[in-house]
Design a protein around this ligand. Structure first.
Ligand SMILES: NC(=O)c1ccc[n+]([C@@H]2O[C@H](COP(=O)([O-])OP(=O)(O)OC[C@H]3O[C@@H](n4cnc5c(N)ncnc54)[C@H](O)[C@@H]3O)[C@@H](O)[C@H]2O)c1
Length: 363
């Protein structure tokens, strides 16, 4: 008996480091290590070194650092997944890009448009690929709904509605100011923009309150919000969020136009129903990593393909055009611009124009 020698890719698998292995980063790290063929988890960085080390042992990773700098300086790291808190995103994407590493960055990729513009400018100057973690686009119902709307199933949208209801027990002390717009509703802003991608958002008008924890209202907590958005093709949209539901993780979209309506999300889990004397009941997903399990894996699979294409000399922008769900710099900028307008609107009480002008700043 002897070996059969096969043609293999001499460049080997992509070696990925994950920066920040809290709730989201832990899932991404496991996807890199176990769920996406062709990716290898090379290193992880998190200031909470004890829990990072425990995760590394579980996933069989030898390299763990308390600081992202160590990982970003590691020549064995080809690409990074940034899942640290958003205030670190612009600097970490800039540093990764300067070191020639491809970047997958969780939303929102910055807390402000000026910070985001600086991070994007540095990535573009370095010429490395950048993908943003707008996973909702990869949900099966959302992907199918997108195809239908793009094929003209509803005509030019008249009314659009996107909502997020999060079942995580609300700890008001951990909610950062305006997080409902910057971290939660940014998903809705992106999905509305994506489904209506022939148009741009003109302005946003927000109302918000602390209805889950009114006792935290004096401290400025916002746990419930509605934003109306006008688009330049006439479409009127609403995005709404609650940071606490009693019944599970609930994410839905409606796109209504002259020729019909497309909906996505809101499906019970799985498709089993209980028919009894009480009537009919069905389960719900409780966690984002349950509801969007396959979507999170699919976005990293696209990232792998993007980076491999880039290594093979294909322009990342050209490659991204073949993957309609893949979100990039312009998409996260458009979504964060709506979030900033919503926050400004809350402060002045009227609709605020969405800022589409890119600013010069430093990360
Ligand atoms: N796409 C989604 O559905 C989704 C869901 C949840 C969170 N997120 C995003 O993921 C990011 C992380 O959120 P999370 O819920 O996992 O938060 P988290 O607080 O659970 O985890 C953040 C982790 O980053 C670590 N950290 C802090 N400073 C760091 C630094 N400078 N470098 C590296 N790591 C650092 C923390 O110790 C912590 O372990 C946020 O941008 C959030 O918006 C996305």
């Amino acid at each position: 008996m002897s070996y059969t020698h096969l043609e293999v890719d001499a460049r080997g698998p992509l070696r990925v480091a994950v920066l920040g292995v809290g709730w989201m980063g832990r899932f991404h790290a496991a996807s890199v290590a176990q769920r996406v063929p062709g990716l290898v988890l090379e290193a992880i960085a998190d200031p909470d070194e004890a829990s990072a080390a425990a995760l590394a042992r579980r996933l069989g990773v030898a390299k763990v650092a308390a600081d992202a700098d160590t990982v970003l300086a590691d020549p064995d790291v080809d690409a990074v997944v940034i899942a640290s808190p958003p205030r670190f995103h612009p600097a970490q994407m800039s540093q990764a890009a300067a070191a020639g590493k491809a970047v997958f960055c969780e939303k929102p990729a910055a807390l402000t448009l000026s910070g985001l513009d600086a991070g994007i400018a540095n990535v573009e100057a370095a010429g490395v690929p950048l993908q943003i973690g707008f996973n909702r686009r990869y949900g099966a119902g959302f992907a199918r709904g997108y195809r239908l709307v793009r094929e003209g199933a509803v005509g030019t949208p008249h009314l659009m509605r996107s909502l997020t209801r999060d079942p995580a027990p609300l700890d008001p002390a951990t909610i950062k100011p305006h997080a409902i717009f910057i971290e939660t509703l940014i998903h809705d802003f992106d999905i509305l923009n994506w489904f209506n991608s022939d148009a741009v958002a003109i302005d946003a008008h927000a109302v918000a309150a602390a209805l889950v924890r009114p006792d935290w209202a004096p401290a400025g907590l916002l746990d419930t919000a509605v934003v109306t958005i006008r688009y330049d093709n006439g479409a009127l949209a609403t995005a709404e969020a609650s940071l606490q539901t009693s019944y599970g993780y609930d994410v839905r979209l409606e796109v209504f136009g002259p020729d019909g309506m497309v909906t996505a999300g809101g499906a019970p889990e799985p498709d089993a129903r209980h028919y009894g004397s009480h009537g009919v009941s069905a389960g719900t997903h409780q966690l984002n990593v349950e509801l969007f399990h396959d979507a999170y894996v699919a976005e990293l699979t696209d990232f792998r393909d993007l980076v491999l294409a880039w290594r093979a000399g294909i322009d990342p922008a050209r490659f991204a055009r073949q993957r309609p769900a893949m979100a990039g710099a312009a998409d996260v900028r458009a979504a964060l611009a709506v979030a900033e307008a919503a926050i400004a609107s809350l402060q002045c009480g009227t609709a605020v124009a969405v800022d589409h002008s890119v600013r010069q700043a430093t990360a």
